[in-house]
Design a protein around this ligand. Structure first.
Ligand SMILES: NC(=O)c1ccc[n+]([C@@H]2O[C@H](COP(=O)([O-])OP(=O)(O)OC[C@H]3O[C@@H](n4cnc5c(N)ncnc54)[C@H](OP(=O)(O)O)[C@@H]3O)[C@@H](O)[C@H]2O)c1
Length: 332
């Protein structure tokens, strides 16, 4: 039996990555003891993939040239020689961009809640949901009445982070690209203000929306937006560095903001993190996210494309802001 895989032919260097993807149709290898064969249903497409295809020291090794592109996925076990996995189990893990794969049991996590579609464990109830939750509540720790700014706020991570801050009683301003995403922030998610960084003067708009200055910034984008926020941070403010998507075109060569010394002059705390730091606390995130989503206190969107062969288009969409919500590929 053959499967379809998307492979990275080589590291792309700076700029466009369009040419590095190859589609293959290789046979599925036999299942060995302690392993299971999974038929993938949905694959997650993430900005962090730009780092995974960059040959530089990071929080995990880069994808190997000619290897299947790394990705989170969800799917169903269709053959098992693993004690803890049965045919029909829904599982998630680093499955790669492919239609089927054979995985060791320890690399899969069983998922499934009655009435909850499994692909939600790749979006609001998955890694991006956990990232927004832990980044905001554990690192940012927003307080009642504080002013919180979130960039890429209508996206998968940002929307959860922004709503967590709102539920903590903060005055929350979201930054996003375009009028539709901005009205989603205020009208659907109930944020206190939205800034369209593609149209507005971000510095002036921050000044108008954050009349008491900024106490906490949840940064997903870095670059010019981080610079504009730094100029308006309050004394002893906190910055949660979750990502820097505006710099990912040249992931290995990204530079910091010119006004970085504001961290010193305003006694700021700036702390980065990855979900690797929080994997042991996933049940805690689910314990918060699932009831909050079920009773409508938080909302999230998914943006689903069909077919693993469309991965190259999906990958580009993320960096062009053409997705609205967690970007997923549905495996046909
Ligand atoms: N630390 C962690 O463990 C962790 C885990 C997951 C994700 N992240 C980071 O979190 C951030 C958001 O990821 P996500 O999965 O939630 O994706 P997402 O927000 O759903 O999609 C990415 C969005 O980023 C925005 N964007 C793209 N290029 C931009 C640019 N040059 N300047 C400003 N905004 C830009 C676009 O929205 P607009 O239309 O609004 O521009 C795009 O839709 C990324 O930086 C990602 O690397 C970190």
């Amino acid at each position: 039996m053959k499967a379809t895989q998307i492979r990275m032919s080589d590291y792309p260097g700076a700029g466009s990555v369009r040419d590095i993807w190859r589609t293959t149709h290789d046979p599925i290898r036999p299942v060995e003891d302690g392993e299971a064969l999974v038929r993938l249903d949905h694959i997650s497409v993430d900005p962090g993939m730009r780092g995974w295809i960059t040959n530089k020291r990071s929080y995990m090794p880069p994808v190997k040239p000619a290897g299947v592109m790394r990705a989170f996925g969800v799917g169903e076990v269709i053959e098992s020689r693993a004690e803890g996995l049965a045919v029909g189990d829904q599982v998630t893990g680093f499955t790669g961009v492919q239609t089927h794969g054979v995985f060791k049991e320890e690399n899969l996590r069983k998922i499934g809640l009655p009435g909850v579609p499994p692909h939600l464990f790749l979006s609001g109830l998955g890694m991006t949901g956990y990232t927004g939750y832990f980044g905001m509540t554990d690192i940012g720790q927003p307080k009642d009445g504080e002013t919180v700014v979130v960039s890429a706020a209508s996206g998968a991570v940002g929307s959860i982070a922004a709503q967590a801050a709102k539920l903590a009683g903060a005055h929350v301003i979201g930054i996003a690209g375009g009028p539709d995403k901005c009205s989603y922030l205020t009208d659907e998610l109930g944020l206190d203000g939205a800034i369209d960084y593609k149209r507005d003067d971000v510095e002036a708009a921050l000044h108008a929306n954050c009349t008491n200055g900024i106490d906490l910034y949840f940064d997903n984008v870095g670059g010019d937006i981080l610079s504009a926020v730094l100029n308006q941070m309050n004394y002893q403010g906190r910055i949660v560095v979750c990502g820097g998507i505006s710099q990912y075109d040249d992931f290995a060569g990204a530079t910091g903001p010119a006004n970085f010394m504001t961290v010193v002059t305003h006694s700021l705390t700036m702390r980065g993190f990855t979900m690797r730091d929080y994997m042991h606390r996933v049940p805690e995130a689910l314990g918060w996210l699932v009831p909050a989503w079920k009773d409508g206190r938080i909302k999230f969107r998914e943006h689903i494309l069909e077919g693993v062969e469309n991965f190259p288009d999906a990958f580009d969409m993320i960096f062009e802001g053409k997705n609205h919500g967690k970007l997923l590929l549905k495996v046909s």
